[in-house]
Design a protein around this ligand. Sequence first.
Ligand code: PDD
Length: 280
Amino acid sequence: RTVYVNGDYLPEAEAKVSIFDRGFLMADGVYEVTSVLGGKLIDFDGHLKRLHRSLGELGIAAPCSDDDLLAMHRALIEKNAIDEGMIYLQVTRGNPGDRSFVFPDASVKPTLIAFTQNIPNLADAPAAKTGFKVISIPDIRWGRRDIKTVQLLYPSMGKMMAKKAGVDDSWFVEDGAVTEGTSNNAYIVKGNKIITRQLTSDILHGITRASVLRFAAEAQFEVEERPFTIAEAQAADEAFSTAASIFVMPVVEIDGAAIGTGKPGPVATRLREIYLDEMR
Ligand code: PDD
């Protein structure tokens, strides 16, 4: 792979970041994942907007202009001949040359890296045909989940708990209600109504979420933004998750209880089709 580090395109084995980088020592950085379909970036403007919001909340300077970021993404797609897959971008507070809890001054420039992941069947994912099974686990993450930081240890542990339980993902629960999945937003469907948690600092403001809810409203679904419980989800007609990495993914089982028929439901299936049609 050809990857990007601070202005340079390099073979991945030659790409290097300092051991003092605050992303490495302090998880002091933010990221975005943008999917690629037919060589085209999906919802890139949304990802750029959220990147700026994350950087702003943490007081990390933008590493370069949006035009440069777009050009860099396009160059990576071309250099790596990506038709379907994802681009990972990360900005950290950079390398102060030592370890300190105090942020460095503005002379320390942020570190910008990006790389591609080639996933030929991203749109035609086999998992979308059978749906995800999930377990619920307590949400013990920090209180600013609206900032897309690289602090992913607990989500990663949540994925491992799911794996150990023989399922596909974990949904986080706080104060009795679902917040979101380990790396996706969570929804249930009851009749014509799509229910998903409202946007606060409790969850990441998904870019896929925004598009899917817009398409759902256009398709005459009712959208209700509020918390829901695991019991309510288990009794729902359908459930699903959204993220740049999975688009719309049906969820067919929660904590061992089948949702609806236990198969991907018509609403999730239709929203996935609409999303892919509209974005491609
Ligand atoms: N994760 N919630 C969390 C906690 C996430 O990590 C993500 C995305 C989402 C969905 O956001 P979006 O629709 O903008 O992708 C919700 C990315 C894909 C990841 O970490 O790989």
